[in-house]
Structures are given as C-alpha cells and as structure tokens.
Design a protein around this ligand. Sequence first.
Ligand code: CDP
Ligand code: CDP
Length: 217
Amino acid sequence: MPTVIAIDGPAASGKSSVARMLAKRLGWLYVNSGAMYRAVTWLAVSRGVPPGDAGRVLGLLDSTRMEFGAENGESTIRMDGVDPVPHLTDPQVNAGVSAVASIPEVRRILVAAQREYATGRDIVMEGRDIGSVVFPDTPYKFYVDASPEVRAARRARQGLTDAIGERDKVDSSRRTSPLVIAEDAHVVESSNLTLDGVVGEIIGRLKLAGLTPPGQI
Ligand code: CDP
Ligand code: CDP
C-alpha cells in the first residue's frame, strides 16, 4: 500500500513550501490539491463564469479535458492541454477559489483525482481536507498553522493580493469538507518557525512513528 503524508492548514500557513521540501527529501511525489481548485477557478474566471455559479462551473468542467499528471516530482495540471499554473495566484482566482471549492460536485471530481495519485506511489499531499476526507486512514497527518498576522505578512511578502481572512472563513464554514483539524493530526504551530524548522518537526514525528528508512532523510 502506498504511504500518504497529509498536510493541511489555513491559507499561507506554509503548506506548499513544507510539503514540497518534505517530498523532495523523501524522494516522493508532491501533490498540491489547492492548485486543482485554483485551476477550476481559473477556467471559470477566464470564461466569464462567476465562481459561485455551480451549474455553469460544472457545465464548463463537462466540456473541458482536465488532466492531472506528475513531472519532476510534482503534480501537474492541464486544462484542454493548457497549463494553468502561471494564472493560479491571480487576484481573481484568489478571490473566487473558495466559492468554487464549496461546490460539492467539484469536490467529488477533484477528490477522486487526488486519490488516484496514491495508486502505486508514495505521496505528500497538501490542502484543507487531505487528512480529514481524502485520506482519512493515513496515520501521517499534519496540520500546519500560524497566526493570522504572520500568515498575512507571509502572503504580502510574496507580493500577492489575497484576502486570506475571507478565504479562511468560507473554507472553515462550508458544508462539504470544511477546513478542520483531523482528530489524529499533529499540529505544527509555525508562527515562530522557519521552513526548515517546520520540516524538521515533521520529520521528527515521522521518525518517531517509524516511517523513515534510515539515512533517507
Ligand atoms: O496556498 P493557499 O493556502 O493560499 O491555498 P491553496 O492550498 O492553493 O487552496 C486554495 C483554495 O482551494 C482554498 O482556499 C480552499 O478554498 C480550496 N481547497 C480546498 O477546498 N480543499 C483542498 N484540499 C485544497 C484547497
Ligand atoms: O501553501 P501555503 O499557502 O500554506 O503557504 P506557502 O505558499 O508555502 O508559504 C507562504 C510563504 O510563507 C512562502 O513565501 C514561504 O516561504 C513562507 N514561509 C515562511 O516564511 N515560514 C514558514 N515557516 C513557512 C512558509
């Protein structure tokens, strides 16, 4: 059975950076589930469809070929052959993604694609519901947190326009698969930790759990 490390947390808590670094050190595939929700949002925005219009968003998905793959140790996305990644942090995508992610049918489609990634290979996947819904049976669950102030400052330092407080509110209160701390997740409070510090804490836990082959990380 492939092994899954699930990393969840609120916006700008450091999930992507941490998951990418950890996956690299393990030699495993890094999967960014948020990018999938962002890609669907980009599709809607670029076609003039309001992100909250479930019927039209689903109509777009019906007529679009979405491909989820892997390259250089990371997940990739193509929408009708186009790589949406350069657009995924556009202000309009940041503003619309939580509405798209609240559409249950969108989640059903993307969760199925996320589970596919774990067929035949070990992965580190980050998102909001990876430990609670997508891979509830994995024993390796982490919830990376930081104070709202620290997270807002991190996002601002990236030069991005992103109302993370609004996104957190919608993500935490939606009916389907809201952002929650899975009961058996290890919480890493990262406000005062560097990236290396967070990865170090996670690796420490994994070693305690007997996961890491000696010398691999
Ligand atoms: O990087 P950041 O935390 O800002 O966001 P992200 O991980 O790229 O996710 C963007 C949005 O997608 C989130 O605000 C959620 O609305 C949604 N999302 C989700 O609902 N479930 C996931 N597993 C991942 C992301
Ligand atoms: O994926 P998520 O939105 O949770 O966060 P990210 O995009 O990985 O991180 C947001 C920014 O915070 C990046 O510029 C990271 O380098 C930085 N960061 C940090 O300064 N300290 C940490 N402990 C984690 C991330």
